[in-house]
Design a protein around this ligand. Structure first.
Ligand SMILES: *[C@@H]1O[C@H](CO)[C@@H](O)[C@H](O)[C@H]1NC(C)=O
Ligand SMILES: *[C@@H]1O[C@H](CO)[C@@H](O)[C@H](O)[C@H]1NC(C)=O
Ligand SMILES: *[C@@H]1O[C@H](CO)[C@@H](O)[C@H](O)[C@H]1NC(C)=O
Ligand SMILES: *[C@@H]1O[C@H](CO)[C@@H](O)[C@H](O)[C@H]1NC(C)=O
Ligand SMILES: *[C@@H]1O[C@H](CO)[C@@H](O)[C@H](O)[C@H]1NC(C)=O
Ligand SMILES: *[C@@H]1O[C@H](CO)[C@@H](O)[C@H](O)[C@H]1NC(C)=O
Length: 470
């Protein structure tokens, strides 16, 4: 396999221990040729290293380097694995204890969850995806396009999994014993940016640490810049924001307010505050209504509620109820981007409801919120800023959030793929000038503050990954 770098990237400044020779300046994109590996030679085969530990010392992922192999750990419960990735053409280390031993760089994978797709695509590895048990549900236009000429179907799942280097999935108990099963747990990682950090995890499998470093820095820098503009724009009395949902599973109505740390991150990152609850799970409408009484902006994540009337009915409210988010027209949903099959992205075998301590099977929730939004935390934050403070990014087009009354959805189809061989680009949102909001939590629908047209909410997409030329 030839691997063509599209962008030259700075080599990670890795301090080499005395006596260790670097194999070159970049990580290998192929195997060490036969006969060239000498275990005693003290050669560093991974001159490009992940900088995740420097970026976030409390990350749920750790990656350490040992000349010809690396040890990748995911430390979350439910995804807890120690994985040895050894350079192809060297040797599998004999005296290391691990759950998995995989030779790298990997060049073919199977996937069981569409959340992984944006990570692989951003790194330039789309063409390594050979099988997907996530079927028709991916939102990725280019993966859909690839599937039109080369079937990705899982016709014989176990044989297919056994035939590839790595099977990435999450909570797939049926295949968890496969020796190449790797648990991809971005959606259970608690913090917002921690979800994006899984780019480092995937990058290690492709020897693509340098690209992963660049992608994560771009997302994190953009997120932080957007956050500081939002905090400076926040009214002196912060808005109260809640992410709520309604479920009617097996005919029983329940309501919840997300208490997930990543959702709290979004809320605090825009200078807003959350509601205070001891549990976010409600089996009765009354206590739920009480909990959202002072909410200024409500994001509904129920998927099935497509109009304000439906939502109010599900919440046990009416358009005349004395709730600020109703009066101020601040009700948003997360389903603006959907796949062409009328909704999208398989996945959420894994939606973890922390308050109820349960994982919910939302397998057929075909919306991009559960796919690309998991990686693109900067875009999620920009969307929330747009929803909360509309005059800060007046020309901004949201990606995931939309007003519940807005019936315009963006469907993601093969025709939206411009180059199926190109790495996908992570949007870089123009960081707006702050516009101090007047009014605060008692303010009117448009928020006070003059409409300043100086900040154009433009999106510059930056392609960072590499292309695989097979
Ligand atoms: C991860 O697995 C190790 C070894 O099985 C165990 O000691 C540790 O407690 C686990 N950690 C979590 C967070 O589950
Ligand atoms: C690939 O196309 C087939 C046939 O249309 C479809 O059944 C399947 O769900 C598609 N898979 C993906 C990953 O798009
Ligand atoms: C996986 O291995 C465990 C431990 O040996 C076993 O209990 C479990 O049944 C296996 N799961 C499958 C799906 O084979
Ligand atoms: C709000 O934030 C507090 C403090 O971080 C936390 O304890 C509480 O669970 C949060 N509430 C929600 C609904 O997330
Ligand atoms: C939705 O439209 C209705 C009817 O025009 C309006 O009363 C309501 O305030 C709107 N809601 C939002 C969230 O914009
Ligand atoms: C992203 O945009 C910011 C300004 O908002 C800019 O400083 C930064 O260089 C951009 N990043 C990339 C990778 O283009």
């Amino acid at each position: 396999m030839v691997y063509t770098r599209l962008f030259g990237l700075a080599v990670a400044a890795a301090a080499l221990a005395a006596g260790v020779q670097a194999q070159g300046t970049t990580n290998l994109k192929a195997c060490v040729p036969e006969g060239q590996f000498n275990a005693g030679a003290n050669v560093d085969y991974f001159p490009e290293k992940s900088n995740l530990a420097q970026q976030d010392a409390s990350s749920s992922i750790s990656i350490s380097y040992h000349n010809y192999y690396k040890v990748v750990k995911s430390l979350l419960s439910g995804a807890n694995q120690t994985i040895v990735l050894w350079q192809c053409g060297t040797q599998r280390p004999a005296d290391v204890v691990a759950d998995r031993f995989i030779s790298v760089p990997i060049d073919d994978v199977a996937i069981g969850d569409t959340t992984i797709v944006p990570y692989i695509e951003a790194l330039g590895g789309r063409s390594t995806i050979k099988y997907s048990s996530a079927g028709q549900y991916t939102g990725s236009p280019c993966l859909q396009a690839l599937n039109t000429t080369q079937s990705l179907d899982d016709t014989n799942e176990q044989t297919q999994i056994a035939s590839v280097d790595t099977y990435f999935s999450f909570m797939d108990s049926a295949n968890a014993n496969a020796t190449n099963y790797v648990s991809f747990a971005a959606t259970t990682d608690p913090g917002a940016l921690k979800r994006s950090q899984w780019i480092h995890f995937i990058g290690a499998f492709y020897n693509a640490e340098a690209i992963a470093n660049t992608i994560y820095s771009q997302i994190a820098d953009n997120y932080k810049c957007l956050s500081s503009a939002a905090k400076e724009s926040a009214p002196s009395t912060p808005l109260t924001v809640a992410f709520a949902s309604y479920s009617n599973y097996q005919g029983k109505s329940t309501w919840s307010l997300s208490t997930a740390p990543y959702v709290n991150d979004y809320i605090t990152s825009i200078g807003a505050k959350n509601v205070s609850v001891t549990s976010g799970f409600f089996s009765e409408a009354g206590p739920f209504q009480q909990a959202i009484k002072d909410v200024d902006l409500l994001v509904d994540t129920s998927f099935g509620l497509s109009s304000q009337d439906d939502l109010l009915k599900a919440y046990g409210l009416t358009k005349d109820s004395d709730y600020k988010f109703i009066k101020n027209q601040k009700i948003f949903t997360v389903n603006k981007e959907q796949n062409l099959n009328g909704g999208m992205c398989k996945y959420l075998r894994s939606f973890y409801d922390r308050s109820a301590e349960t994982y919910t099977d939302y397998t057929l929730s075909k919306i991009a919120w559960f796919e690309s939004a998991v990686l693109e935390q900067n875009v999620v934050l920009a969307d929330l800023i747009w929803a909360a403070y509309p005059n800060v990014q007046p020309n901004y087009q949201s990606t995931y959030l939309k007003n519940i009354n807005d019936s315009t959805v963006k469907t993601l189809a093969p025709a939206d793929c411009t180059d199926r061989n190109a790495p996908s680009a992570i949007p870089n949102i123009t960081c707006p000038k702050p516009v101090k909001q007047g009014g605060g939590s008692t303010g009117g629908s448009s928020g006070a503050g003059s409409l300043v047209a100086s900040s154009v909410g433009a999106i510059a997409a930056v392609a960072i990954g590499a292309a695989f030329a097979l």
